[in-house]
Design a protein around this ligand. Structure first.
Ligand SMILES: Cc1cc2nc3c(=O)[nH]c(=O)nc-3n(C[C@H](O)[C@H](O)[C@H](O)COP(=O)(O)O)c2cc1C
Length: 166
């Protein structure tokens, strides 16, 4: 019964398409990042967002301790980077891939992402297997060319306008 509920929920969530991001942070003399789609705009006053991070993943404890994190929204050409940051490589090896830069706080960000959203962590709420981290937005970088990388129905995709009805 329990298993069936989980399977149905997973199946339903395959229909929730989302932009692929890499959440990055640094602390304790190291950098870390993971691919994540559980990222949501939270409030405009103050500008803030939330990210949901698995407590059993290796990013979680570092994120719980650091003051800042960055949400990098990926573009269509960054599928390989998404795969690198999904757990196939050790954290430091992941940063050998992609155009990583550092802000004035030493926070790593992807210089050619669709957008990099720099956040100061304001709260963390534990729920089930995940923690919700709330970040207040301190600054943003954006690319003028808007072509986000999406993930839905178990595959990568792109965002395209619907053709006008005939
Ligand atoms: C498309 C996609 C979306 C993901 N979204 C999330 C997410 O929102 N939160 C999360 O904790 N993990 C998410 N993951 C899984 C993490 O990327 C993965 O568990 C992590 O990189 C494992 O790192 P570790 O081996 O260092 O623990 C996602 C993976 C993929 C491929």
């Amino acid at each position: 019964m329990m298993y069936q509920q989980e399977a149905s929920f997973r199946d339903a969530m395959r229909r929730l398409a989302a932009t692929v991001t890499i959440i990055s942070t640094s602390g304790q003399g190291r950098r870390h990042g993971i691919t994540a789609t559980a990222v949501t705009s939270l409030s405009m006053d103050p500008p803030s967002l939330l990210v949901c991070v698995n407590r059993s993943g290796s990013l979680h404890d570092l994120l719980a301790e650091t003051d800042r994190f960055c949400v990098n929204l990926l573009r269509e050409e960054q599928v390989a980077l998404s795969n690198v940051f999904s757990g196939k490589l050790a954290p430091e090896e992941r940063f050998l891939h992609g155009s990583w830069a550092e802000d004035e706080h030493g926070l790593p960000y992807i210089a050619d992402a669709q957008s990099s959203i720099f956040c100061r962590k304001q709260d963390a709420i534990q729920y089930g297997s995940h923690s919700i981290f709330i970040g207040e937005v301190e600054s943003t970088l954006v690319s003028e060319d808007i072509r986000p990388l999406l993930y839905g129905n178990g595959s990568y995709g792109r965002c395209a306008p619907l053709e006008a009805a005939a």
